[in-house]
Design a protein around this ligand. Structure first.
Ligand SMILES: Cc1ncc(C[n+]2csc(CCOP(=O)(O)OP(=O)(O)O)c2C)c(N)n1
Length: 324
């Protein structure tokens, strides 16, 4: 069903918010106050926004090291995220985890992990739990093309198909795993879509820079999962515009073609969607100015909150430990 104007503006807002937060992190990263590696999501915003627009608060997501967008789109608190990046005790993981360990159980963000592919079996188990409890909740797993190379994807999907689990596997194919292009790792184009039985697995390969298409495809997968019909695999083709980790000036030069980066910058999902909504008369100049001002205020406040928050203390070392 086509989106109405409010839904379109909401989708755009989610994307723009993720983008502006990422840009601020990038611009301040060299000050070395954020004592955590960061993996920025710039260029992939349409996926987190489009996927999470189909989910309820009580649906679960599991994701990976590049998770700022997933956390924000699923309703995570920006103050708690920024405090986590500054490793402060007010952070969403109490300052113990940093950027790769964002969590917000109240909004169904069950946690992110630095283990590539690690969220895939965990999200599958989450789907099993929902099914065993007789709930109509859905478990979504976000992972990259590098994680898709790992055997755990096939074990997990086989099990999800066998048990008809309410799991949606969202592959964010951004073309690269650190410095390795997908062409050197996958035997063919569309390798993940060959021979899938639609009864067992709904699959789609789509433009991951088109938020409305991501949302529409995802809503089909979510409806199938809620109806007890089983898992789906949605491959979203996109591009990581910045480096693998850290800020742009820390990215090694030469492993990517400058023309490739320029071509994908042209296809920036945020700018493209902004132009589309402006063209449709859905987003006015004053809407945009208001949105930008609100986001700048919110982001300033989150960085100030993070800076002013206390570090964990030595006594905190004894918390959150398990002993018999
Ligand atoms: C099990 C495991 N192997 C290797 C790594 C090192 N590593 C960190 S990120 C990464 C690349 C992941 O690529 P992809 O899944 O495509 O995600 P992207 O970074 O492109 O978003 C690798 C190999 C790791 N963290 N965990």
């Amino acid at each position: 069903m086509p989106l109405n104007a409010d839904e379109q503006r909401q989708l755009f807002r989610t994307m723009l918010r993720i983008r502006r937060v990422q840009e601020r992190i990038e611009s301040e990263y060299m000050q070395d106050e954020m004592k955590t590696p960061v993996h920025l999501y710039i260029g992939q915003e349409a996926i987190a926004a489009g996927v999470c627009a189909c989910l309820r608060d009580d649906d679960a997501i599991n994701s990976n090291h590049r998770s700022h967008g997933h956390y924000l789109a699923k309703g995570g608190d920006l103050n708690a995220m920024m405090a986590e990046l500054f490793c402060k005790s007010t952070g969403c993981s109490k300052g113990y985890g940093g950027s790769m360990h964002l969590v917000d159980v109240a909004h169904g963000n069950m946690g992110t992990s630095a283990i590539v592919g690690g969220g895939i079996p965990i999200g599958t188990g989450q789907g099993l739990a929902f099914k065993m409890q007789g709930l109509d909740r859905v478990s979504v797993v976000f992972f990259g093309d590098g994680a898709a190379d790992e055997g755990t994807l096939y074990e997990s999907m086989n099990f999800a198909m066998l048990k008809r689990l309410p799991v949606v596997y969202v592959l964010e194919n951004n073309g690269w795993a650190v410095c390795s292009p997908t062409a050197t790792r996958h035997c063919a184009e569309n390798v993940f879509h060959k021979g899938a039985d639609p009864e067992l697995l709904f699959t789609a390969k789509i433009d991951g820079n088109d938020p409305e298409l991501v949302r529409e495809t995802m809503c089909k997968a979510v409806a199938r999962a809620r109806a007890g019909l089983g898992p789906s695999f949605v491959e979203c083709v996109t591009y990581r515009i910045l480096g693998h980790a850290g800020c742009l000036q820390q990215d090694p030069k030469g492993y990517r073609d400058a023309d490739e980066i320029a071509a994908w910058r042209e296809r920036c999902p945020v700018c493209t969607y902004q132009r589309k909504l402006q063209g449709q008369g859905v987003l006015s100049d004053s809407d945009l100015a208001g949105l930008e001002a609100d986001l700048a205020t919110e982001i300033d406040a989150a960085f100030a909150f993070a800076r002013q928050s206390p570090l964990p203390t030595a006594d905190d070392l004894h918390l959150n430990l398990f002993s018999e």
